[in-house]
Design a protein around this ligand. Structure first.
Ligand code: FAD
Length: 439
């Protein structure tokens, strides 16, 4: 059954971010006339995990995620809003660890069995890897193997978010940012369960027939999700290349290793090479009271770089990033690191989205649980939300993304490691010293 019609008032909390703005785009393209984005920041939201030079993307999975990956890469490369931001450099997913190798082999076989083998290759050993990634010519690749995804590479993330923001304005989507766009609570009707709107931190009330809740890593701290999402942060840093170095890396395949991290071609014009280290992520535990609970609870909440611009990354992330440069790009090992920050995602226990009607509230759709891998789905994630709203989401997808309270994130989805808390690690915090006047 459809949850809204084309004249319904639709409010999108987190509308400046990835899932929220994608949802608005699909609804607006389908002719929904009254959509309002609500966010702390204007698109592209400074808080969005997608507000970044670049992200890995590509058609690299089997099953439902494979169907979505194919659709997404197709839209990345053909849709007028997205196509200028996609770079088909190919993507390597490599490992030297047997457990990860087994997962990659299963994925490879799954893709081949679905008849999509032409888009993927199994690579093994230095010669085969360097043939697809000449930038690794000086790297130690002993025992390395994995996937080479042909239909993929990277996407200019911030520019794509910005392009969608422009398109939404062109399509007449309304918005409110700042304190009147910052969600505080749901407004419920007399029955105590029908959502009639949202109240913002400055007291503004927005009436709506349907609320889409897509506040990314902030979601579990704002709305009771019954422990289904755990918010975590990861660090990244950049090195500046000379024009000659950038030219040499032009067209380089995106290179990912589950134990080490990833690099991509520097975004054109910036000469900035971004490096992200891969690990279980950090929590940032705080007492909060999400809407729907009547007491404070301890949970991980983002410590946003936009709000704490002096934060950098932890010493151990910095060391891991330096190590990755030493292993992969030894010629650049002494280059200073800059633009270091943490960015925040929210993981579900099985890394599948939480995308469904909220079982307690009528007129509320949750669209979160990005699990650190949703930017590549930017063009299509909102299509799933729009299909859900129109009652058209296929049963298998509905099942995968259903409300499923349980133990929260026990770490298994990211290889068994439990995330450390930021309070246990050093190097990231550089709060400005406030000098109090004696007068
Ligand atoms: P966001 O895009 O973060 O949007 C959430 C929005 O909610 C924000 O705009 C925020 O301002 C808003 N909000 C918060 N609180 C409120 C409030 N009270 N009221 C109103 N609005 C609010 N994915 C990939 O596919 N490929 C990659 O290579 C990749 N690399 C990554 C590297 C790093 C370091 C990180 C951290 C993530 C990476 N990701 C990658 C993950 C990807 O960026 C996220 O999965 C995706 O952007 C999350 O989308 P979202 O819409 O859930 O959240």
């Amino acid at each position: 059954m459809a949850l809204a019609n084309k004249d319904s008032k639709i409010l999108i909390v987190g509308g400046g971010g990835t899932i929220g703005s994608s949802t608005a785009l699909h609804l607006a393209r389908r002719g929904y006339k009254d959509i309002r984005l609500l966010d702390i920041f204007q698109n592209p939201s400074l808080n969005s995990a997608g507000n970044d030079n670049n992200k890995m993307a590509g058609d690299d999975s089997a099953g439902i995620w494979g169907q979505l990956g194919t659709e997404a890469w197709n839209m990345w490369t053909t849709d007028p809003v997205f196509k200028d931001h996609a770079h088909n450099t190919g993507r390597l997913d490599l490992t030297s660890k047997p457990e990860r190798e087994a997962r990659l082999r299963t994925r490879y076989q799954g893709i081949v069995d679905e008849g999509r083998g032409a888009g993927i290759e199994w690579v093994e050993g230095k010669e085969q890897i360097v043939a697809r990634a000449p930038h690794l010519a000086h790297a130690d690749l002993t025992g390395w193997k994995g996937l080479f995804v042909k239909n993929g590479g990277w996407v200019a993330a911030r520019n794509a978010l910005n392009a969608v923001g422009h398109e939404l304005r062109r399509l007449g989507v309304k918005s409110a940012f700042g304190s009147s766009g910052t969600f505080k609570e749901l407004i419920l009707g007399a029955d105590g369960r029908t959502v009639t709107g949202v109240r913002m931190v400055d007291g503004t009330e927005w009436c709506g027939d349907l609320v889409v809740f897509a506040a990314g890593a902030w979601s579990p701290a704002l709305l009771d999700l019954e422990g289904q999402c755990e918010t975590k942060g990861w660090g990244y840093a950049h090195i500046r290349l000379t024009p000659e170095e950038a030219k040499k890396l032009k067209g380089m395949a995106t290179t990912y290793n589950h134990e080490l991290g990833f690099i991509m071609e520097p975004e054109e014009g910036t000469l900035e090479l971004k490096i992200v280290n891969e690990f279980a992520g950090y929590t940032h535990m705080q007492q909060v009271r999400p809407f729907g609970l009547n007491k404070d609870v301890l949970m991980s909440v983002p410590r946003a770089h936009a709000i704490h611009p002096t934060d950098t990354i932890t010493t151990e992330s910095l060391e891991a990033i330096k190590n990755l440069i030493k292993l992969w790009l030894p010629d650049l090992v002494d280059r200073p690191l800059f633009k270091m920050a943490m960015c925040w995602c929210t993981d579900t226990v099985d890394m599948n989205w939480l995308m469904c009607e909220h079982p307690k509230y009528k007129g509320l759709v949750v669209a979160t649980g990005d699990s650190g891998q949703t930017f590549k789905m930017f063009p299509v994630v909102g299509k799933q939300v729009a299909d859900l709203i129109e009652g058209k989401l296929p049963e298998d997808r509905k099942h995968l993304w259903k409300w499923r309270p349980g133990a929260g994130d026990n770490g298994t989805a990211r290889g068994g490691e439990k995330a450390k808390d930021l309070s246990e690690v050093e190097g990231w915090r550089h709060d400005p010293v406030i000098v109090k006047s004696k007068l």
